[in-house]
Each structure stands twice: as structure tokens, then as C-alpha cells.
Design a protein around this ligand. Structure first.
Ligand SMILES: [Zn+2]
Length: 303
């Protein structure tokens, strides 16, 4: 937790649109990170940086630079911050004690952690106009991996749709949402994601046929590959919607797949069209004793 000396009155405005990777904005907070003079906490009114989600940290932080007062500050970590407007305390990432819906008395900020190799006085940056620039190659490759991960999840649900002996909550394409029910962890990297699934007791009680799954894991893999290839050949557009411009605003991902409008609630970044994919490969690997399996999704893209 950091104590902030100045008053903050608004959420950070965020832009997760791939076409806006640099903007000019005013610095409102600049101070040492946990009394470490080699790293600064920098907060601007507006930012193109995508921070790590503090509840579901699947997508890693953007990298980039902040150009301000003739300095070029390197940013390799960017987090969500929750600022208590009464106590003026800033909680960063896993320290945040509130849910994303808590808007009364709290503001949601994007916290850039910048290197400060020259020992710059952080107070000098407050009120300055800065240019915030996200490194585009890394962002685009992360966006591609995130889109690939959504296609993988929908294809997985489709290929497992007749493995259910009872009705279960459906995804937006009308298949039982295995992904949502079984996912434990998702790690997104440039051009690659790793998703960890667990077929727990409750899932089996709800009607998922785990025995059949383990017998036919190879067929599931080829089924997913076929579906995903069909989808990327459709060249469908991808759109993102948001209920607001704060980092905690509800966001969704949309894409037309097989003539249906697929959507997934998501605060990540994505490519704008499936036409950018050259290939998406999935590989399933599991441990029947643990009832756990992983899916590695690798994407080839033309950016
Ligand atoms: Zn997502």
C-alpha cells in the first residue's frame, strides 16, 4: 500500500484499442515505489497500457515507455491500483481489498512501474504532459494469443458438447460451458497460451463424463483443430465492447463463428480480425490420476 500525497478525483481512462498504442496525457502521481528510488509509480489521467488483471491475471502487462520532461522511462510492469478517496491509500494488484464492482469511495487506476536509473526526482513529473507508448510487437502478439485462447475455449466446449449426461450452462454458441466450469489457470504469452483444466468431483456430479474424456483425448484434439481451422478461414471481424472507460468497466469480446455471434466477457486485448491468423495449433496433455489437463495454444500471425 502506498500513501498518495495529492488528491485523485477520477478513474484512469483506459484505451484497450490496438490502433491507439500511444497517447499524450498528464501525470497525476509520480513517486518512489515502496521507497525504492530505482523504481517509480507513475499514474496518468489516461493510458494506452494494459495492466495485469488483479482478479484473473491471464494477460501479462504491456511493456513500453513514458516520455516526459526530457526523460524516457522504461515500463515493464503495469498493474491495477485501487485508491481509497478518504484515506488516500493506493492498493496495488494483489493488495486490492475490494471487488471490481466497488465504486463508492474508491477509484480504479492504472499504475505504471517505471525504471528510474538516473535518480530523477519523481515530484518533478507531476502535472507534466507525457507521451505514453506501448511496445506494439509484444502487444500484438499477446492480443493474438488472447484471441487464439478464446477460439480454443469455444472449440473445446463444442468438441465436448456430447460428453455431458445432464444439461449444463451453455456458452454463447449453445454448447455446455466446460471451459468456464473447469478452468483453473490461464497464462497468456506472446503468440502462446497455456490453459490448465481440472475435471473435479463437482463437474462429474453435474454430468460430465470424465471416463469418456480420458479415453478420447486424442479425438478431442483433432476435433478442436478442425473447428478452429474452419473458423479462421471465415476471416470474421472481432469487436470489443465496454460499459465504460475505467479499467474495472465490464467488457466483452465478440466474433461471428459459424453464423452465430460468439461472445465472452473479457477485459483483455485482441486482434481485430481472424484474417490475421495463419495458424492456430492446440496440444492437449493430461494426467488422469490428477484429473487435470493442459492445453497449449500456439498462434501464427500476419500482423
Ligand atoms: Zn479473454
Amino acid at each position: 500500500m502506498l500513501s498518495i500525497t495529492q488528491d485523485i478525483t477520477e478513474n484512469t481512462k483506459v484505451i484497450f484499442d490496438a490502433s491507439m498504442l500511444d497517447i499524450t496525457s498528464t501525470i497525476i502521481v509520480s513517486q518512489n515505489f515502496n521507497d525504492d528510488p530505482s523504481r517509480l509509480v507513475v499514474i496518468s489521467k489516461q493510458t494506452p497500457f494494459h495492466p495485469v488483471d488483479y482478479k484473473w491475471p491471464d494477460q501479462p502487462s504491456d511493456h513500453g515507455v513514458i516520455k516526459v520532461a526530457n526523460e524516457k522511462l522504461i515500463v515493464k510492469d503495469c498493474y491495477v491500483g485501487a485508491y481509497n478517496t478518504k484515506s488516500k491509500e493506493l492498493f496495488i494488484d494483489s493488495e486490492i481489498p475490494i471487488s471490481k464492482n466497488e465504486n463508492s469511495g474508491w477509484l480504479f487506476l492504472v499504475v505504471h512501474i517505471a525504471d528510474n536509473p538516473t535518480g530523477l526526482n519523481p515530484a518533478n513529473l507531476i502535472g507534466e504532459q507525457a507521451i505514453l507508448i506501448v511496445e506494439s510487437k509484444r502487444r500484438n502478439e499477446i492480443s493474438a494469443a488472447h484471441t487464439g485462447c478464446h477460439l480454443m475455449a469455444l472449440a473445446l466446449n463444442s468438441c465436448l458438447s456430447d460428453f455431458w449426461k445432464k444439461d449444463f450452462q451453455n456458452d454463447s454458441l449453445g454448447n455446455p460451458d466446460f471451459d468456464q466450469a473447469a478452468i483453473q489457470k490461464s497464462i497468456i504469452q506472446p503468440c502462446e497460451t497455456l490453459d490448465v483444466y481440472r475435471i473435479g468431483k463437482s463437474l462429474r456430479k453435474k454430468g460430465f463424463d470424465a471416463v469418456r474424456f480420458w479415453e478420447s483425448i486424442g479425438d478431442v484434439s483433432s476435433c478442436m483443430t478442425n473447428i478452429i481451422n474452419r473458423w479462421i478461414e471465415s476471416n470474421s471481424y472481432i469487436s470489443l465492447t465496454s460499459e465504460g472507460d475505467a479499467v474495472n468497466s465490464k467488457r466483452s469480446w465478440f466474433c461471428e463463428l459459424d453464423g452465430k455471434k460468439a461472445f465472452i466477457p473479457c477485459g483483455g486485448t485482441h486482434l481485430d480480425s481472424l484474417s490475421r491468423f495463419l495458424s492456430i495449433k492446440v496440444s492437449l496433455d493430461g494426467e488422469i490420476e490428477k484429473n487435470e489437463f493442459t492445453i497449449k495454444t500456439s498462434v501464427g500471425v500476419n500482423l
